[in-house]
Design a protein around this ligand. Structure first.
Ligand SMILES: Cc1cc2nc3c(=O)[nH]c(=O)nc-3n(C[C@H](O)[C@H](O)[C@H](O)COP(=O)(O)OP(=O)(O)OC[C@H]3O[C@@H](n4cnc5c(N)ncnc54)[C@H](O)[C@@H]3O)c2cc1C
Length: 439
């Protein structure tokens, strides 16, 4: 029996859910990882056929679309449980598709669940959840800073029974294969900065929606149009959508985006930990097997440092992320803003560092496509940019922290020793005198 009182901190997972996680670990490793090496050969149709029976198993296990509430066909898990699931799903880029929570559809489904009218849910959310349609989120523009979306230039004008959208977007992930796009556009240019923009549901076949290209990237250096995971550049030219296609209240675009992005960042960070863990296992396996300069790499202090530093960083990121998830569950996404911003940049850095060390430890093999590390490295680089670059999250964290401080009234640092010593001498004058007289 412990002599200490039990406190409310609890790092354990409830046994029933831990069993689900154990099943997921095994299932993802044995059923989903093998798809990675033949994905290109399978093509989209073959991939869909390969994962169809896996999806049935996930549904039977009651793990499908776990981010949504039960009335929408999901499991209604809170963010801590979802986070633990995403850590496993992150180990493979294809696992989220098997579990019905792949980006950007999962986030868009959350927006529709959060802000959609009953008609919008019936028309757009239900087919999306059933896997019958695809969606994209179209906010970032090539000509304005995505880090500061209050600068958005895309306009939606009120034109009687319709909104008319004009603008230029890019990096709308899955835009070239989407059935509909959720477009962020300025409806109220004179309103307060965060009340200027609104969201719209735009069917991809609406006249004036011109998908220009899938932008070639570090991840997909060859430009290939119409692939899942592509990042579309889109011109919106006089795009008329009915008034009913306004998603949420007019001017509430940022508010809705914020609701979606908070939990989404938890999922990102936990998925990154899944990738990091896989890279870390490769680092350790290489360390104990590669021989150079008289010993295996694991005997070299630099490599030992990589292992220890990676383990420490991953552990820190995991605890920070689960804590942020717990805070969202307990107090809501806006109360957890600081924690979410912390993990967004910290987690992206950990992913980058761990993959980089694993790649380095494999030398030329790490750089080659014979291992998944180079692909992980390219994936990791993007994590420091999307959903807000590192610098923006650091700035946000620092601002929130610094709000709790003010300059000392007398201009002297609060911890300056001389004034503190003078005050302490006054306080302990009696004792000090006794000590001196005893001397
Ligand atoms: C793989 C990927 C997928 C994406 N998917 C989508 C999507 O589906 N839908 C969508 O709408 N967008 C998407 N994006 C776009 C992404 O959200 C933006 O790239 C991001 O918000 C940054 O905006 P920007 O590219 O315009 O960079 P900018 O805003 O121009 O920023 C450039 C750089 O300036 C610096 N910077 C900016 N602000 C500050 C600051 N306050 N202090 C210090 N430095 C600063 C940072 O280093 C930053 O990287 C995606 C991006 C990537 C890479």
């Amino acid at each position: 029996m412990s002599p200490y009182e039990t406190v409310a901190w609890d790092f354990s997972t409830e046994p029933a859910f831990e069993r689900q996680l154990a099943w997921m670990r095994e299932f993802v490793r044995t059923e989903v990882w093998p798809i990675e090496t033949v994905y290109e050969e399978l093509g989209q149709g073959g991939f869909e056929r390969a994962i169809a029976p896996l999806r049935d198993e996930v549904k039977a296990r009651r793990l499908w679309a776990a981010h949504l509430p039960p009335e929408l066909g999901g499991q209604g898990f809170g963010q801590v449980k979802l986070g633990l699931m995403h850590e496993i799903l992150g180990t493979s880029p294809y696992a989220p598709f098997v579990f019905g929570n792949n980006a950007p559809d999962s986030g868009n489904a959350e927006i529709l669940a959060l802000a959609g009218t009953p008609d919008q849910k019936a028309q757009w959310l239900e087919p999306l959840l059933a896997g019958e349609t695809r969606s994209a989120f179209s906010m970032t523009e090539p000509d304005t800073s995505g880090s500061d979306p209050t600068l958005l230039a895309t306009r939606a004008s009120d034109d009687g029974d319709a909104w008319v959208i004009d603008g230029h977007k890019w990096f709308s992930s899955n835009g070239s294969v989407a059935d509909f796009l959720i477009v962020m556009a300025v409806t109220d240019p004179d309103a307060q900065r965060h009340r200027r923009a609104s969201m719209f549901i735009v069917p991809a076949d609406t006249p004036g929606v011109r998908i220009l290209r899938d932008v070639a990237t570090m991840e997909h250096p060859d430009e290939r149009f119409g692939r899942i995971g592509g990042h579309a550049e889109i011109a919106y030219e006089g795009v008329r959508v009915p008034k009913d296609n306004l998603l949420g209240a007019r001017g509430a675009g940022f508010e809705i985006a914020q609701q979606r992005l908070g939990p989404g960042r938890i999922h990102h960070c936990m998925r990154w930990l899944g990738v990091s863990r896989r890279a870390f296992d490769m680092l350790c396996e290489r360390a104990v097997s590669r021989y150079a300069h008289g010993s295996v790499l694991s005997d070299k202090q630099t490599v030992q440092n990589w292992v220890a530093d990676s383990a420490a960083q991953m552990h820190a990121a995991r605890l920070m992320t689960l804590h942020a998830a717990w805070k969202i569950d307990a107090e809501g996404a806006s109360a957890a803003r600081q924690e979410i911003a912390l993990i967004k940049f910290y987690g992206a850095g950990v992913l980058h560092d761990v993959v980089d060390r694993a790649l380095q430890a494999h030398g030329a093999l790490g750089y080659s496509t014979d291992l998944p590390l180079e692909a992980m490295y390219r994936f990791a680089r993007a994590a420091r940019i999307y959903d807000g670059p590192d610098e923006v999250h650091r700035e946000s964290v620092a601002r929130q922290i610094l709000r709790g401080y003010e300059p000392p009234a007398d201009g002297v640092p609060s911890e300056h020793v001389a004034p503190r010593r003078a005050a302490a001498r006054e306080r302990f004058a009696g004792l000090l005198e006794a000590v001196t007289s005893n001397d």
